[in-house]
Design a protein around this ligand. Structure first.
Ligand code: NAD
Ligand code: ZN
Length: 358
């Protein structure tokens, strides 16, 4: 049964200065106007042509359109500047509002544009990929890339609201959907035995995009992200648990020059490495580690990564920007729903974990 509007959940994010809601609701795309501030000036929808062609018809309120060309190589300051110039030419001012309508890249670019346009205007996030719905749109991190690295220019800019319509996932390329599912598996492992069980026992329903299953996995993931961000807006402590599977994941993405793996796929590898590492360090029972790997693998297969050496990968984790004072730290599981940050792990253990996951 598809949930009705009344039953559909909302999750609240509270930071030091702001409070906003993340609504998960089929059909909410046609109600975006209800979330605009009463005194909003012109509304600028920032989107990509593919998303607009598929779902733009639902945006039935007066707005101006600004297209982002799409793709990670375009997530750059000069592209942002051109978009800001277009906004100005179309009459944007301090009362304008941005609606960032698309995947995580559009969310980051549209959010950052809102953070800096005329020193900051409001943004409503309307994410359309699974990764953006369960992760990128919540928490206020926005930004663009430098040639020297991803997301190196940016700002925290919390949205007015996050409006999530899970039905748009039906048009998502299957590889993008599966890639987002690895982040959902992550939420299960770090915080939700119920979510993990659904992913473990009903992968057929999840992969077939059955509405009841999709609504639950999106909502439970959003709930966890909202709770973690509320507890720790700027990644001082708790927010680090969201990096589960990401230490080796980031290393893999970078060592394959962002060409072979989607982000979630790299996280899938990274979670298998993390399960192995936790087992090797005696933190996690073998049966639990095996079950985590089994469930992660249900959402594969992954593209092969070629003949990368585990030593190179392990070495890369020492350069990870989230490394604390030169020692590698990993988020490791002690069981489904319980993780902790472990520092000072010996290089040999990291190499063994990388080798096991490759
Ligand atoms: N700000 C954060 O906290 C945060 C967290 C995680 C990731 N990110 C960022 O998110 C980005 C990745 O986002 P992504 O994985 O969503 O990729 P993406 O934004 O490139 O979207 C993937 C592709 O799917 C298309 N698409 C989007 N919605 C669709 C739909 N409903 N139907 C059909 N096609 C659709 C997009 O146009 C694009 O071609 C990265 O740049 C990453 O840095 C940010
Ligand atoms: Zn991630």
């Amino acid at each position: 049964m598809v949930q009705t509007k009344k039953d559909m959940p909302s999750h609240v994010v509270t930071t030091g200065t702001q409070r906003y809601e993340c609504h998960i609701e089929r059909g909410i795309l046609s109600r975006v106007a209800e979330y605009l501030p009463a005194k909003a000036g012109k509304v600028f929808v920032i989107t990509t042509e593919d998303v607009w062609k598929l779902h733009g018809k639902h945006m039935q309120f007066p707005h101006e359109l600004v297209f982002f060309p799409g793709g990670e190589p375009n997530k750059r300051l000069h592209v942002l500047e051109a978009m800001a110039a277009q906004m100005l030419a179309k009459g944007a001012d301090r009362s304008s509002v941005i609606v960032a309508f698309g995947g995580g890249i559009v969310g980051d670019v549209g959010g950052f544009l809102a953070a800096i346009f005329m020193r900051g205007i409001p943004v409503i996030q309307v994410p359309t990929t699974l990764l953006a719905q369960v992760d990128a749109s919540i928490g206020g991190k926005t930004g663009v890339n430098l040639v020297g690295g991803k997301n190196l220019i940016g700002a925290f800019h919390q949205p007015l609201a996050v409006l999530i319509d899970p039905s748009v996932l039906e048009t998502l390329p299957v590889r993008e959907y599966r890639s987002g599912l690895f982040e959902v598996v992550k939420y299960g492992i770090i915080s939700s035995p119920a979510l993990f069980r659904l992913l473990a026992d009903h992968s057929d329903r999840v992969l077939a995009l059955e509405p009841e299953a999709v609504d639950f996995i999106v909502s439970d993931s959003v709930r966890i992200k909202a709770e973690v961000v509320s507890a720790d807006e700027k990644e001082g402590g708790l927010r680090r648990i969201l990096n589960y599977g990401h230490t080796l994941g980031h290393a893999l993405e970078a060592e394959t020059r962002y060409e072979r793996l989607l982000h979630g796929e790299a996280v899938g590898y990274g979670m298998n490495a993390a399960a192995y590492l936790a087992e090797r360090l005696g933190l996690l029972a073998k049966a639990d580690a095996d079950e985590m790997r089994r469930v992660t693998n249900l959402y594969g297969p992954w593209p092969a990564v070629g003949d990368l050496s585990p030593e190179v990968l392990a070495g890369h984790t020492l350069k990870d920007k989230k490394t604390i004072q030169g020692t590698t730290h990993f988020v490791l599981a002690e069981g489904v729903g319980t993780v902790r940050v472990v520092s000072g792990i010996a290089a040999a253990d990291v190499v063994a974990a990388a080798a096991a996951a490759l």
